[in-house]
Ligand binder design. Structure first.
Ligand code: AMP
Length: 446
């Protein structure tokens, strides 16, 4: 195993790492640091929790000589404001003993303050793509000096629709630059970006694409409806082992409703964040969750992405994710920094397809578990579930509804619970065949 000294990290950063209590490089750091120091383009396939932020910050900082020029030399693009704040914080921690100016910009806040900040001069700019482009268009931010571009969590940036902004930025960046990319998954869109803009990049892969970290214990609980899911949470959240619980819902409406449903049972123990909550509120909630003053955080996918929260004991997929990749991002919130964690997927009959797609993407099965006996199975449907069940009736036998019951809980019964059939599976496999269903061996060897 190599040390940070072996990787030729500079003294000031070694000292900062020491202050942070970081002693030995993680596998992604061991591989990425020399690759980035070599000056080549690099693509790293790694999830959050693998130490990817330091994997690019350390070599980027080493390659950055002192300068007092106004315009930035390194641009780091990330998908969310939370991640901007986090990367800025880590970069500042690493430069305690170095004179480097690092700033972060993101949308949703006053652009004039950011213009002012940028015009003071900086070395590294961490940004969400939309805001950096707006600043560039305004003429205040000039990108002509950028020598290194880091695209962090690029699959997520594309997923949330930043592709046009990324393309616009790539258009105005100097051609001669080093490109560094990190992505949890190699989707076709990510691959297109690599083919179009990267020059024979070094590919580095740590966890095979789509495979969750081994230290995350996964469980799938079949549930018939929303109210049963709420009953499940009311029950399990009483347990002491549920120390720090992140609950994902598919939208703000459900997030707020769930908050209302749980708040009377766990007052002062929970909070909810989504895109309608102010930026400040979101930061504060994440901080309070991080430090342990709240135990349960309900979140939607977009705002939770990239949050560096340590020690999450349980990630609960209250709703199925919209895309299978999203599941991997969600469960990657637990098991971080060498801790083990549990990921729970509460899936309804309507989530069958989603469940299967996730298993195909991960190339492993999510073990099915039995609902605790104390969880009351509710028969009361929410308005949106009523709509869905009437749709099902119209569809007739094509999608037979699943009855919750004993047979529902057995692993061996999992594949019987809906007769998806070989052709159905083949359809999904076809949809996801490139490149996610390739055997791990052949991944990344293009
Ligand atoms: P990341 O994947 O960059 O989000 O990092 C996940 C967590 O791992 C962060 O809290 C880092 O501080 C921590 N971390 C990163 N590198 C190391 C390392 N070499 N040793 C121990 N912890 C680390």
């Amino acid at each position: 195993m190599k040390s940070f000294e072996d990787l030729k990290i500079n003294k000031p950063q070694l000292k900062a790492l020491n202050d942070l209590g970081i002693e030995t490089p993680t596998p992604i750091q061991e591989k990425s640091i020399p690759a980035i120091l070599s000056g080549h383009d690099m693509v790293g396939l790694a999830q959050t929790g693998t130490g990817k932020t330091l994997a690019y910050l350390l070599p980027v900082l080493k390659l950055l000589p002192f300068s007092d020029q106004i315009q930035p030399r390194v641009l780091i693009l990330v998908p969310t404001r939370e991640l901007v704040a986090q990367v800025v914080e880590v970069a500042r921690d690493l430069t305690t003993y170095q004179n480097v100016r690092i700033e972060g910009v993101y949308g949703g806040v006053n652009i004039n303050t950011q213009k002012e900040m940028v015009s003071q001069g900086l070395d590294i700019l961490v940004a969400t793509p939309g805001r950096v482009y707006d600043l560039a268009v305004s003429g205040v931010l000039r990108l002509a000096s950028i020598q290194k571009l880091v695209l962090d969590e690029v699959d997520e940036m594309l997923f949330v629709g930043f592709r046009p902004q990324i393309m616009n930025i790539l258009d105005i960046l100097p051609r001669k630059r080093q490109n560094i990319m990190f992505s949890a998954t190699l989707t076709e869109e990510v691959d297109d970006l690599i083919q179009s803009f990267f020059k024979s990049p070094k590919k580095i892969e740590i966890v095979p694409v789509g495979t969750p970290l081994e230290k995350i214990r996964q469980k799938g609980f079949p549930v018939p409806n929303y109210n049963t899911k709420v009953n499940f949470l009311k029950q399990v959240l009483k347990e002491e082992s549920y120390e720090k619980v992140l609950v994902f819902t598919k939208n703000k409406k459900i997030a707020d409703r769930l908050f209302e449903n749980l708040n009377e049972f766990f007052p002062d123990e929970l909070d909810v964040i989504h895109s309608n909550k102010s930026q400040n509120y979101r930061f504060q909630s994440v901080d309070r969750f991080q430090e342990g003053s709240i135990r349960i955080l309900i979140a939607t996918d977009i705002v939770s992405r990239g949050m560096d929260i340590l020690g999450v004991s349980h990630v609960i997929n209250f709703d199925a994710p919209k895309y299978p990749e999203q599941y991997i991002h969600r469960i990657g919130r637990t098991g971080r920094a060498r801790k083990s964690g549990e990921a729970i997927f509460l899936f309804t009959p309507a989530d069958e397809e989603s469940f299967l797609e996730i298993e195909i993407l991960m190339q492993s099965e999510i073990p099915i578990a039995t609902l605790p006996a104390a969880v009351e199975i509710s028969k009361v449907l929410m308005p949106e579930e009523k709509d869905r069940s009437s749709e099902k009736e119209i569809q007739g036998k094509k999608n037979p509804p699943i009855e919750p019951g004993a047979a529902f809980h057995e692993k061996s019964d999992k594949n019987k619970k809906v007769n998806l059939g070989g052709s159905y599976k083949r359809e999904i496999k076809k949809k996801y065949k490139k490149p996610k269903t390739r055997p791990p061996k052949s991944r990344g060897k293009k």
